[in-house]
Design a protein around this ligand. Sequence first.
Ligand SMILES: [Zn+2]
Ligand SMILES: [Zn+2]
Length: 247
Amino acid sequence: MLYLPYMLKYLINLLYPALCQACGKKSESPEENICKDCLKKIKKRLPPFCTKCGKQLRGDPELQLECSDCKNDEIYFDRAFSVCYYSGTLKDLIHNFKYKKISSLIKEFSDLTLGFIRQYDICKDIDLVLPVPMHRRRLIKREINTSHVMARDAAKRLGIRYDPGILKKHKYTPPQSSLKRHDRIKNIRGSFCIKKAKAPALYNKNILIIDDLFTTGSTVNECARILKEAGCGNIDVITLARGDSAR
Ligand SMILES: [Zn+2]
Ligand SMILES: [Zn+2]
C-alpha cells in the first residue's frame, strides 16, 4: 500500500510527463523540476568570498579579506553567503518562481542552498530561521514572498525553528531595484520592526536569514540592525543568488 502513491505518481508522469522548468524538455521523474543538463548550467559561486558580505573576490580560494564595501559601510550581520550567480538559467528560474508562481522549484532552490551550507560547513549553531518580510501591500500584489517560502522550506529540512511572525515590514518603500546603493540604504532604514511580544525570546539567539537575492545587502543589513538592537546573537545570511561577476 505504501508504494501506491509512488506508483501513481509515475503512472501520471507517463501520461502527463513533467517538464523541465528551464528548457521545457521531459523530466526523467515527476520530482524533477529542472533537468540535469539545466542544473549543470546553474553557476555556483566559488571562494574567495568577502569574509563579511560574501562578495566574490579574486585570487587564492583561501584568501580571508573584507571587501571595500564592508570597510566603508556599517554592517550589522556577521556573515553573508550567496550560493550561485544571478545569471542565465537561475535568473530565469527565480523570475518564474516569483512571477509565474512555479512554487515546486523550491525543491531545487533548497537543494542548492542546503548543499552550499553543507559543502562549506557554515551557518552552524542556528536557533532560528527568519525570512525577509514583505510589506502587506506588496504581498497582495505579488501573492508570494520568495524569502518566506525559501526560509520555511530550508528550516524544515535543517530541523531548525522557523518564525515568520517576528520581523515585520511596517513601512511601504519603493522597490530597491530602482535605486542606487546609497539611496537603497536610506530607503530601507526604519522600515522593519520586531513584534513586541516576540522580542524577549530573541535575546542571544543565533539567527539565519534566508532570501533569494543579494544585491547590495541593504535590506538584510537593516533586518540585522534591528535584530541586533533586540539582543540577538550571531546573524548569518544566506541567499540563493548574487549578481556579482564570475571569477
Ligand atoms: Zn532543462
Ligand atoms: Zn564585503
